[in-house]
Ligand binder design. Structure first.
Ligand SMILES: [Ca+2]
Length: 602
């Protein structure tokens, strides 16, 4: 009952306009709401454009790229000449974030939010990875309302059902979360139908850029296009082409300022058992982290080169003056910061990621420190295309910031991660809350941008803790966050790192298994190691679902049962089954092999 009531409550909140939300939350001061939502009220919408003037859109989507891995954004140790060019000719959002995750597979949640424009807490509670409820999906909206010719290339991590609702055409699609960049299979999408898998035939970033180059060269000017290119880099396996990692082995970037051998407390279950955190042994050594950063930077630099090929092709095409280019990533990555490797945490390096936009009407070489979410790109691209975004989404257009009409669209950010981590930040302070262990961290980001000096227990900062906690509560009310901020029986804070339990997935190539896993090749990525948790809540509902037995016969025709007219067969048990259940629905297996047809009855 509680879950159903919560669900209804959520649906109600989703249907509210912002104005009605203000009216209904009497316990929150108007001043606080203005602080959270303030600037958006002042921004007027632009009128829709006719289809002739709609810009093309090229959406370049990196996978697991930290915000600090672009040279033009202040990192002199990485080589990204093409992203630097994009930044110098476009507009950079320097405080862009993934809005947390419902899953350790943060890629999945981030992409669901981008495609639907909804915060993950406003997606269906049941399997939000691949169930987007009644959401209007961005590419489908561009196609239907803007007459866009839409094409997907690269990674799709949200299941076949959502793909078919989002795109009808695609090339070299990778249906999954990750793969060996140098050895993987892809599928094509035509008329909404996925082709059989085929070998990709090259390194992932190169294969996807080849397809993008081909599309841009072939695209006509009579119809705007939306080209979505979802790269798999710099997600692991961190196996860039050899020259790209060697260049960094020979000139090593420094370790992150907040490098630690171990994370000091148990922030999330994935921190001690997840696949991302298993990519190097505990404790992390400076040598291993340095090597992995070289390999990660190598993937970024190789990706940058492929982005350059796409930008060069665009520049020489008839579309050069009428195309918006978006470059962003689904979230960041720890890569040794705080003793972590993965993205299952709410530190800056894992939730923050790059965002650059470039194209007609976008100022060149400018940047903003406004707080933005990746899923704001939904409303932003609708704005550029002159299409009304649907009501009830959590996305706000960034165009007014680029136009100079608004300094920002929100004054704080909320980063909820499953039920085990929460963070809220404003221009100066950031509060982390770890509900499962009743633990809090407070950082002054103006003097401590790497989140190293915890002030939560300092008596001089108790008012700051309370103020940030109040801000967090207002976000939780706004999103109807169903999870508590503390528990009666906290779990142990101390993490238990066990190298014998490191997860090795099937995608790590041999040199990485040799280097970081002691030559191990007994993959176990798909085998859960721990006993299943006791059923509670939705798991109990699962236990009440029916079992299924399928009896599959061989070469039985639709009339080969006495009850269906056979006079020379005796089939009393099949006849009884047919009488007790729903039957009489003939279903044909049209063709199993050339020239062979068979029929059967359910
Ligand atoms: Ca990702």
């Amino acid at each position: 009952m509680a879950a159903a009531s919560n669900c209804l409550k959520k649906m109600h909140v989703k249907m509210e306009t912002h104005a009605r939300v203000v009216a209904s939350f009497g316990k929150i001061s108007l001043a606080l709401l203005a602080l959270i939502f303030g600037a958006q009220f002042a921004v007027a919408k632009e009128k829709p454009k006719d289809s002739q003037s709609r810009p093309n859109i090229i959406f370049l989507f990196a996978d697991d790229q930290r915000a600090d891995t672009i040279a033009a954004h202040g990192n002199p140790h990485i080589q990204t000449p093409n992203l630097d060019r994009l930044a110098s000719e476009g507009f950079s959002f320097r405080r862009n974030y993934c809005a947390g995750s419902f899953s350790g597979a943060v890629c999945v949640a981030s992409r669901a939010m981008l495609m639907t424009g909804r915060h993950w807490m406003n997606l269906p509670e049941n399997k939000p990875a691949s169930n987007w409820g009644d959401s209007t999906v961005l590419p489908a909206l561009l196609t239907s309302s803007g007459r866009y010719n839409s094409l997907i290339i690269g990674k799709w991590h949200n299941g076949r059902g959502t793909l078919e609702k989002t795109f009808s055409k695609g090339r070299s699609i990778y249906m999954g979360g990750m793969a060996n960049h140098a050895d993987f299979q892809v599928q094509d999408l035509a008329d909404g139908m996925l082709s059989p898998k085929r070998e990709a035939g090259g390194f992932s970033s190169t294969v996807f850029a080849d397809e993008a180059v081909r599309f841009i060269r072939e695209a006509g000017t009579e119809q705007p296009f939306f080209l979505y290119v979802a790269f798999m880099a710099p997600h692991d396996p961190r196996n860039p082409p050899e020259a790209y990692r060697k260049m960094y082995y020979e000139k090593r970037p420094p370790l992150p300022a907040n490098f630690l051998p171990r994370h000091p407390f148990r922030n999330a279950p994935q921190a001690i058992s997840g696949r991302d955190e298993s990519l190097a042994p505990w404790p992390r050594t400076k040598e291993v982290i340095s090597d992995q950063i070289c390999e990660y930077y190598g993937l970024v630099t190789h990706l940058d080169k492929q982005v350059g090929r796409i930008l060069d092709t665009l520049k020489k095409s008839p579309h050069a003056e009428n195309t918006i280019v978006v470059y962003t990533a689904d979230h960041g990555l720890a890569m040794g910061s705080h003793g972590l490797l993965g993205k299952q945490n709410v530190y800056e390096q894992s939730m923050r990621c790059p965002l650059i936009l470039n194209g007609p009407g976008i100022p060149k070489g400018k940047s903003s420190n406004a707080f933005t979410y990746i899923h704001d790109l939904y409303a932003t691209l609708c704005d550029f295309a002159g299409i009304d975004a649907p009501d009830g989404i959590d996305s706000q257009s960034l165009k007014p910031i680029m136009d100079g009409r608004a300094a920002g669209i929100r004054e704080s950010l909320f980063l909820p991660f499953q039920d085990n981590q929460r963070a809220v930040r404003d221009g100066k302070w950031k509060l982390h809350v770890y509900p499962k262990i009743n633990h809090r961290l407070l950082f002054d980001l103006s003097t401590d941008p790497h989140e190293m000096n915890n002030l939560a227990a300092d008596p001089a900062h108790q008012l700051d803790v309370e103020r940030m906690q109040s801000l967090m509560e207002s976000w939780r009310t706004r999103l109807d966050d169903p999870y508590p901020l503390s528990v009666d029986n906290p779990e142990p804070k101390e993490p238990e790192y066990d190298n014998s339990k490191r997860v090795l997935d099937v995608w790590q190539p041999k040199w990485i298994r040799d280097k970081y896993f002691g030559g191990r090749d007994n993959h176990n990525h798909r085998k859960p190691r721990s006993a299943p948790a006791k059923p509670t809540g939705s798991a109990l509902a699962g236990a009440q679902k029916p079992n299924v037995i399928i009896i599959f016969t061989d070469d039985q025709g639709s009339v080969d049962m006495n009850i269906y007219g056979s006079t020379d067969l005796t089939t009393p048990n099949m006849d009884q089954l047919a009488k007790q259940g729903v039957s009489g629905i003939p279903s044909r297996v049209i063709q199993i092999e050339e020239g062979v047809k068979r029929e059967m009855i359910f």
